[in-house]
Write a protein that binds this ligand. Structure first.
Ligand code: G3H
Ligand code: 13P
Ligand code: ZN
Length: 337
C-alpha cells in the first residue's frame, strides 16, 4: 500500500520550482534529523510564508527512524497551520537516494519527492536507475531529482577526491532519457564545513579569513542554454557562517579553516534556473554553537531543553536569514492568506 502524500498535506516540487525559476528565487531544502531542527525549519518558513523542502538523508533515516520522520513531517503541516500559515507548501524529500529500492520505499511511505543519486555510476547506469525511479515515482505524482557530475568531498559513502563539473553536453540526453523533474549539478559546491583547502583559497587582507574560489557560473550558463527553464539544484551550498564557527571555537570547539560558499554567489545563482538550494552543514553549525555556548556559560544546566532550546533559537535565526537574504523565497506561497 502506497501512502498518498497529498492526504498528509504535503506537495511535490513541480509547481514551486516553476514559480521559483520565473520569479528569480530558490526554494530552501533543509535537512532534518531531529525535532528541534524541524521545529526551527517550520517556524522560519511558516512565519516568512516560504515554500520549504524537508530533506531526509539515508543517515537521517537510520538515526531517527523513517516512520517517525514521516509522521514528524505530517505533524509539521499541522504545526505550520497552527502558527498561522494557513496554506503551507511543504515537500518531504529523500536526499541522496542510493538505489531504486530506497527511493521506492520512500515513495511508498508518503514522501512527495525523491532524489536518486546515480552520479558516481557510469553514465549509462545512472540513466538506467534514474529512469526506473522516475517511472515508479511518477505513477504517484512524486517528483524526482537526478544528479550529473560529482561534487568534491563526501557524498554519503562516496568520496570524490576532486569535483567533476557537470558536462553541459550530457544534460539534454540525461533529462530526456530519464524524464527527471530536476537536475543536481556540480559547479564547484561541495558537502560539509570544509569545502576548500586553504591552498585553494586566498586570504582577505583585512580579516585574514579564507576567501574561496568562485563557482563555475560559465558551466551553469552553458547548462541553462542547453535546457532552458529546466529546474536546476545546487547541493553542498552551506556558507559556513563565521559567526557560528567563532562561537564554537570560543567555547571549546576546534573547527580551524572551515569555509563554505559565499552567500552572494548563492544569491546570484538564484537568479538563474537554480531553484533548489541544499543546506545542512550550516544548521549543524548553528546547533553546535548554541549547545557549546550554553554548556560553557551554564555548567550547572542538565536539562536538554535548555541547551537544545538555544540551539533551536540559533537555527531559526539561520533559516530566516537564508530564506530572506539568500534564497529570496519569503512571501512566495501560492496562497498567502
Ligand atoms: O548531502 C549530505 C547531507 O548533508 C546529509 O548528510 O548523510 O550525514 O545525513 P548525512
Ligand atoms: P552542505 O553540507 O553544504 O550543507 O550541503 C547539504 C546537501 O547538499 C544535502 O544534500
Ligand atoms: Zn547533497
Amino acid at each position: 500500500m502506497v501512502v498518498d502524500y497529498k492526504k498528509l498535506g504535503l506537495v511535490n516540487t513541480r509547481e514551486m520550482f516553476k514559480r521559483a525559476i520565473n520569479g528569480g528565487y530558490a526554494i530552501p531544502a533543509f535537512n532534518f534529523n531531529n525535532l528541534e531542527q524541524l521545529q526551527a525549519i517550520i517556524k522560519a518558513s511558516s512565519e516568512l510564508k516560504s515554500p520549504v523542502i524537508l530533506q531526509v538523508s539515508k543517515g537521517a533515516r537510520k538515526y531517527a527512524n523513517q516512520t517517525l520522520l514521516r509522521y514528524l513531517a505530517e505533524g509539521a503541516v499541522e504545526y505550520a497551520k497552527e502558527i498561522g500559515c494557513h496554506h503551507p507548501e511543504i515537500v518531504l524529500h529523500l536526499d541522496h537516494g542510493d538505489s531504486f529500492e530506497t527511493c521506492k520505499s520512500c515513495v511508498d511511505y508518503g514522501f512527495s519527492s525523491v532524489m536518486i543519486d546515480g552520479s558516481a555510476l557510469p553514465y549509462e547506469e545512472n540513466i538506467a536507475v534514474t529512469k526506473k525511479v522516475v517511472e515508479y515515482a511518477h505513477q504517484f505524482d512524486v517528483t524526482v531529482e537526478g544528479e550529473l557530475g560529482v561534487l568534491a568531498g563526501v557524498e554519503d559513502d562516496v568520496v570524490a577526491e576532486e569535483s567533476h563539473y557537470t558536462k553541459p553536453e550530457e544534460v539534454v540526453d540525461f533529462a530526456t532519457r530519464t524524464g527527471v523533474d530536476s537536475l543536481a549539478i556540480s559547479i564547484g559546491t561541495s558537502h560539509g564545513a570544509y569545502k576548500f583547502t586553504p591552498e585553494q583559497c586566498t586570504r582577505d587582507p583585512k580579516t585574514g579569513r579564507l576567501v574561496p574560489p568562485p563557482l563555475a557560473f560559465d558551466v551553469l550558463e552553458a547548462i541553462e542554454k542547453k535546457l532552458p527553464g529546466f529546474p536546476i539544484v545546487l547541493h553542498g551550498s552551506s556558507s559556513v557562517p563565521q559567526e557560528y564557527v567563532d562561537i564554537i571555537n570560543a567555547h571549546g570547539g576546534k573547527l580551524p579553516n572551515a569555509v563554505g560558499i559565499p552567500e552572494e554567489q548563492l544569491r546570484k545563482a538564484t537568479k538563474s534556473a537554480v531553484c533548489k538550494i541544499n543546506i545542512d552543514s550550516d544548521s549543524r553549525l548553528a546547533f553546535t554553537a548554541g549547545v557549546r555556548q550554553t554548556f560553557d556559560e551554564h555548567p550547572e544546566y542538565f536539562d536538554p531543553r535548555q541547551y537544545c532550546g538555544k540551539a533551536r533559537e540559533y537555527m531559526e535565526e539561520l533559516y530566516k536569514h537564508k530564506i530572506t537574504d539568500v534564497l529570496g523565497s519569503d512571501n512566495k506561497l501560492a496562497n498567502l492568506d
